[in-house]
Design a binder for this molecule. Sequence first.
Ligand code: URA
Length: 185
Amino acid sequence: MKGQIPLEELQAQAQQCRACPLWEGRTNLVFGVGNPHARVLIVGEAPGKNEDEQGEPFVGAAGKNLNALLELAGLVREDVYIANVLKCRPPGNRDPQPLEIEACTPFLREQTRTISPDFIVTLGNFATKFILKTDRGITGLHGRLQQAGRFKVFPVYHPAAAIYDRSKQAALEEDFRTLGKLLGA
Ligand code: URA
């Protein structure tokens, strides 16, 4: 097996990346933060406005929701590592484009190899489809434990999508409680 690349080195590479045009519009690269030895890797979609400004994932409204959800699983942010499929903000928070995902995900792949978590929690469709290499939507997959290679994958709704949707929020809360049980098992 190839050696693992230190996260600092990957971040320095991402800082220089010009593989898609998104770097031109960003304020900051949002590489990822958290415990480099985490048992749980959380994967979101892409930085939003607040994340782009602060250079850190999930610091806006969705991040507040994520913090509350982590607590339901018995976790705090310091326990986990949080990264996104895309490291640069798409203009106006539009969906990631296939070529951007293709260009950017080698970084997520290497982050995953380096952190080597037991669980990958995928937030929403983009992260779930990329990690599981599936076309199945999050509605049918959320809360059901999957396997991708040596990783247990637990897909859930995106916490931003649930802010104004009470049924999605209820499902998210239930799924994070389930995650807590899976981690304790
Ligand atoms: N939504 C995401 O998917 N990622 C972030 O970092 C913030 C909001």
